[in-house]
Design a protein around this ligand. Structure first.
Ligand SMILES: C[S@@+](CC[C@H](N)C(=O)[O-])C[C@H]1O[C@@H](n2cnc3c(N)ncnc32)[C@H](O)[C@@H]1O
Length: 247
């Protein structure tokens, strides 16, 4: 079995049940049903790894010489390592880094090109100066607005033609980002993994070089509109096609 298949098959447990806050909590603090909340509040280790289709897609998209970055760490980090990309993995969890390192050593997956940053992404990314990334994976903290903060700080670290992969688009905090990218002329959706994980190609050199009235997301969806969201999305896509046609 090759190493990718081994990771997919074994789905190693690197993650604490709750990774986003560094304290124990009572299930009553969560808005989830009691059973799901109790599971998250437990101290078990688990695997929150990306789906096998997404891991394979990343493996196909990355090679030696690629420069990559992810928020969060886990099976995905092993895939970047295996493919030999110059990789930054950001996670506040010391135990995750130790477990991933141990697993990689046992399976002879080289970590020499993986740079772990043991910090919260919102603190690190503001001072990160890497340029010309080929692929960014956003799969760190999912509470609002972290996915958007992570996106904001990484979008222009990605080269034109590079790829941004966002996970858990079924969650509202990520869905907003997916909706924006889906209608923005700076991005093109290239893969949709059952609506959960989405891969976008960056079509412009700079995403930050923009004003609000150049963004279909901002202009075409006025607050309190009588039009339904799906019609608005269609209008925004049409506007995006028009804008792209003019370039
Ligand atoms: C869904 S898991 C990532 C799974 C990983 N992509 C994989 O394939 O195994 C979420 C990750 O985000 C990390 N995380 C939680 N809070 C974070 C934060 N503030 N900044 C960066 N990463 C964070 C967790 O420690 C965990 O590694």
């Amino acid at each position: 079995m090759d190493k990718l298949q081994q990771i997919i098959h074994e789905r190693p447990s690197f993650h604490r049940s709750e990774t986003e806050i560094d304290r124990s909590f009572d299930p009553s603090e969560s808005l989830l049903p009691r059973e799901a909340a109790a599971k998250l509040a437990s101290v078990e280790l688990t695997c929150y790894g990306l789906g096998s289709d997404v891991l394979s897609f990343i493996a196909e998209s990355v090679s030696e010489g690629s420069q990559t970055l992810e928020t969060g760490a886990g099976c995905s980090t092993l895939v970047f390592a295996m493919r030999g990309s110059e990789h930054i993995a950001i996670t506040p969890s010391k135990s995750e880094i130790a477990l991933i390192t141990q697993y990689a050593l046992q399976r002879e997956i080289p970590l020499s090109k993986v740079h772990f940053v043991q910090e919260s992404s919102d603190r690190y990314l503001g001072r990160c100066e890497v340029e010309g990334l080929d692929l960014v994976l956003l799969d760190g903290k999912h509470a609002f607005p972290w996915p958007i903060v992570d996106w904001f700080f990484t979008a222009d670290r990605l080269r034109e033609g590079g790829m941004m992969v966002i996970d858990d688009a079924q969650m509202r905090s990520v869905a907003i980002l997916a909706e924006f990218m889906g209608v923005d002329p700076g991005w093109q959706l290239i893969r949709d993994f059952s609506g959960k994980t989405l891969a976008f190609r960056k079509l412009r050199d700079s995403i930050h070089d923009v004003t609000w009235h150049m963004q279909p997301f901002t202009v075409v969806q006025p607050v309190g509109t009588a039009l339904g969201p799906s019609l608005l999305r269609r209008l925004a896509r049409r506007l995006k096609r028009l804008v792209q046609g003019q370039r």
